[in-house]
Each structure stands twice: as structure tokens, then as C-alpha cells.
Design a protein around this ligand. Structure first.
Ligand code: SAH
Ligand code: SF4
Length: 364
């Protein structure tokens, strides 16, 4: 009996969950079309429609035959990320709550800054987070699961489809610890670069200090920015507020950062949360100077954004503007560039550390 060849007109219609294409890399799209018995150039066409033209349906893909469009619609879908809720801040920040195919929820944020024409998307890399920093709402959620590369990339695509605007910068500063999900995060960075078209110098990965993850990322020799959430240079305070630092201590961590800077030729960003009376003291300022003296870096101070702990209390206080400036002058004695992060979307709990799927918990 002659083997039946799959043609573009008689592709199998799947009864299972349709495969989502947005967020896949070109090689992944090639594997998809190969499975369907389609020629490789079909992957390039799909790639162009999804990434360059922002298609939201197969119907729009006019250089595919009507039969092929119909069949693709039977076995695949553009995206499987569902927008569960959208909040818009009075400063224009948009916070997206996405439902993943298994029903889990994650958030992403689209920010614009008056002094910068380009939009920045803040992405989640995990559902929840296992690190448990004592000032972070995501940490209070605990860890549920890692996101796939596709789920990370599709956050950017979903934001672009919803807002009708192009994202120029991406920061891995939403929910999760990116370097505890290093392989998927690295794969997602490459798809953002090669498929979505985000310049590598416009991508920042922020980590609480996962040394093996920093070393793994350094091997890739990418031109992205690595940001370290240092927060407290003194070991005792750091171990209290960033519990993972009990595992990877300062000397080992600073060495990994130095190696990263050497291998990638990039300056590190040191993130430093200002908690009144805890991290904004003179003593901490002196420790900071000691640790960063020889590291090619800049320092970004983040005044604490209030977060509600599981016990229902706001555990820290944000320092006054005067205290923030005092610490800034102290930090400037290091000779490094020091900036204070501009807060965005605080009124909708979209600022740093405030992402906790509040809508899911019945709050809006
Ligand atoms: N898990 C990664 C990236 C996500 S958090 C990391 O910790 O680096 C992005 C930044 O927001 C981190 O520097 C984090 O420490 C900071 N952050 C967390 N909670 C905060 C809060 N309540 N106020 C201000 N910054 C906070
Ligand atoms: Fe996790 Fe980062 Fe929040 Fe710490 S600050 S709990 S590492 S998301």
C-alpha cells in the first residue's frame, strides 16, 4: 500500500491542546512544520508573520493558501497566554496578569519613562520565587514552577499585541529568580534577540546572586546587562533579607561578577534596596564601598516599595527623600555612578517587588 503523504491540504487536526507558536524560535518553528510534513520555508513565513508583522490569526497570513491556513488553525494557535487582567496606572504603566496553559498566573509590566522614548517590558521567569527575600511580595508567594522560554518570550509578544506598541527594552525583574531557571532564560534571551529583534544591550537580567547561574550566563558571552540585587553588603544583614546569600557568600559572589565582567566586557549593575534603618546606614555605605571598589559597575538605589507580608504587615519603611539622598552621596564616594530608580505603577502594585497576582487573591 502506498504510504500516504501529508500534504498541506490534509494535515491532521489535533483534538489535543493546540500547539502555540508565538514565543518559539525559528528552529522550533522548523521542527513544528517538519512534524506536519511541510517544507522548511513555511517556518520562515510563520516566523515573519508572528514576529515582524504581529499577526494575531492565521487568517491574516495571506501568502499561505486558504487550505493551509485552515489546517494550521485546526492544529495550532498563535498564543496560549490568556490575558486574565490588565491594570493601567495613572503614570501609564500597564500591568498584565497572564494565565498560562496550566492555569497558573504570572505578571508582566510595560513601563514608559518621560526621558526615554523606548518602552521597557518587565518579565517574569518563574511562577512565584523560592528565594524568599523578606521585602518582596513575590517571595511571599513561594515557588510554583519555572516558565519555559516560550512562556517568557510570549509575554513580550502578548504585550505588543495588546498595546499595539513595540517593546525596545526587556528586564528580567518580574516574578522569579531568572538564574534558578538559567537554561530557559538563556534560550528566551536568544529568541528575544533573533526573533523579536530586541538588541542584546537592551536586555537586563537581575539576580539575587545565584553563583552557578552567573557562571553559566557568563559562558554565553552575551552583551546583555547583568544586575545583582546586592541590597546589603554586610553579610549578616544580607543573609537576613536575601536568604539565598547563606549559600553563596560575598567573596564567591563578587568573584563570579568580576569573571562575568571580564568575559562579557560589560559593566555590572548593582541594585540596592533602601530599607530605612536597615540598608541605608553609614556602616552599610562603607561596606558597599569596600566590595564594589574594584568591580566595573554602577549602583542603582531602589527605595523600598511597600509590600504586605503573609502576616498582613508591611515589614519595612521607605527612607525619606533626605535619607535617600544622604545614602546616595555616601555611595558616590565609591567613585561609581549612582542612580535612584524612578518608581513606576505603585498605585497598581506594579513597582519593583510588588508583583503578587493580587487580582487572583480578590484584590484589584
Ligand atoms: N529575582 C530577581 C529579579 C526580580 S526582582 C532579583 O531579585 O534580582 C527585581 C528587583 O526588585 C530586585 O532588585 C529586587 O530585589 C527588587 N525588589 C524586590 N522587592 C522590592 C521592594 N519591595 N521594593 C523595592 N525593590 C524590591
Ligand atoms: Fe525572588 Fe527577586 Fe523577590 Fe528575592 S527579590 S524573592 S529573588 S523575586
Amino acid at each position: 500500500m502506498a504510504e500516504e503523504k501529508t500534504t498541506e491540504e490534509n494535515l491532521p487536526a489535533s483534538k489535543a491542546e493546540k500547539i502555540a507558536l508565538s514565543g518559539l524560535s525559528l528552529p522550533e518553528l522548523e521542527a513544528f512544520v517538519r512534524q506536519l510534513g511541510l517544507p522548511a520555508y513555511r517556518a520562515k513565513q510563520l516566523h515573519t508573520w508572528i514576529y515582524a508583522k504581529g499577526a494575531t490569526t492565521f487568517e491574516e497570513m495571506t501568502d499561505l493558501s486558504a487550505g493551509l491556513r485552515k489546517k494550521l488553525d485546526q492544529v495550532a494557535q498563535i498564543s496560549n497566554l490568556k490575558l486574565a487582567h490588565l491594570q493601567v496606572s495613572k503614570d501609564g504603566t500597564r500591568k498584565y496578569l497572564f494565565a498560562l496553559p496550566d492555569g497558573k498566573l504570572v505578571e508582566a509590566v510595560l513601563m514608559s519613562f518621560a526621558d526615554r522614548p523606548n518602552l521597557t517590558a518587565c518579565l517574569s521567569s518563574q511562577v512565584g520565587c523560592a528565594v524568599g527575600c523578606t521585602f518582596c511580595a513575590t517571595g511571599f508567594l513561594g515557588f510554583t514552577r519555572n516558565l519555559t522560554s516560550q512562556e517568557i518570550v510570549d509575554q513580550v509578544m502578548a504585550i505588543q499585541r495588546e498595546s499595539g506598541q513595540r517593546v525596545a527594552n526587556v528586564v528580567y525583574m518580574g516574578q522569579g529568580e531568572p538564574l534558578l531557571n538559567a537554561e530557559e532564560v538563556i534560550a528566551s534571551i536568544k529568541t528575544l534577540m533573533y526573533s523579536v529583534g530586541i538588541g542584546q544591550r537592551h536586555i537586563t537580567v537581575s539576580t539575587s546572586g545565584i553563583v552557578p547561574g552567573i557562571n553559566r550566563l557568563a559562558e554565553e558571552r552575551l552583551q546583555i546587562t547583568l544586575a545583582l540585587s546586592l541590597h546589603a553588603p554586610d553579610a549578616k544583614t544580607r543573609e537576613e533579607i536575601v536568604p539565598i546569600s547563606r549559600k553563596w557568600k560575598m567573596p564567591e559572589l563578587m568573584k563570579a561578577l568580576q569573571d562575568y565582567a571580564d568575559k562579557c566586557g560589560r559593566r555590572i549593575t548593582i541594585e540596592y534596596v533602601l530599607l530605612a534603618g536597615v540598608t541605608d546606614t553609614e556602616e552599610q555605605g562603607r561596606e558597599l564601598a569596600y566590595w564594589v571598589a574594584d568591580l566595573p559597575c554602577m549602583v542603582n538605589l531602589i527605595p523600598y516599595n511597600p509590600t504586605l507580608s503573609p502576616e498582613g504587615v508591611v515589614p519595612y519603611k521607605r527612607p525619606s527623600i533626605d535619607a535617600q539622598q544622604r545614602f546616595r552621596r555616601l555611595a558616590e564616594k565609591t567613585g561609581k555612578t549612582v542612580t535612584i530608580r524612578l518608581e513606576r505603577g505603585t498605585d497598581i502594585d506594579a513597582a519593583c517587588g510588588q508583583l503578587h497576582n493580587a487580582y487572583q487573591q480578590g484584590k484589584q
